[in-house]
Write a protein that binds this ligand. Structure first.
Ligand code: SF4
Length: 144
């Protein structure tokens, strides 16, 4: 029996980020001996296309760089991420830093000017509220 961990799909090599690229992180290879990884992209699963316009959290909404309100898709993706954690008994998630969905503790400030503020992405926020341990790719060593 290996513990399952939810992981941002872009970190394992899926080309699912807003530019249609991956954020492959070689360090995940070290995890495979101890954990079963469950890749998930909340933005794709929430119904957005790839590639897509970048979006940022602005107050209680998520808005694209072209002004499209994508709050529904972000919240849907977060709910689905939580559902998977529930079904599979997942207690830990490794989520890509700075993403408006996956970012943990640090995301962009909503002005599309690369300024970081202290806040969670939509999925990270929900998973934390539900008691799931959320870390970023920078903290993979803490699981090894
Ligand atoms: Fe990666 Fe998360 Fe963005 Fe999907 S939503 S591309 S998993 S950071």
């Amino acid at each position: 029996f290996m513990e399952k961990i939810l992981i941002s799909a872009c970190l394992v090599g899926d080309k699912c980020n807003y530019e249609g690229k991956s954020n492959y992180t070689p360090k995940i290879k070290d995890l495979l001996e101890k954990y079963e990884l469950v890749p998930f992209c909340p933005e794709c699963e929430g119904g957005l296309t790839t590639p897509r316009d970048p979006s940022e959290r602005i107050k209680d909404k998520v808005v694209s760089s072209k002004g499209r309100d994508v709050t529904y898709q972000y919240e849907k993706g977060a709910e689905l991420a939580y559902n998977i954690c529930m079904y599979l008994g997942i207690k830990t998630a490794i989520l890509k830093k700075h993403s408006p969905s996956c970012g943990s503790n640090e995301i962009y400030d909503g002005t599309f000017s690369h300024k970081i503020i202290t806040r969670d992405g939509v999925t990270a926020e929900l998973l934390k509220r539900k008691g799931i341990n959320v870390i970023t790719e920078d903290d993979i060593d803490t699981l090894l």
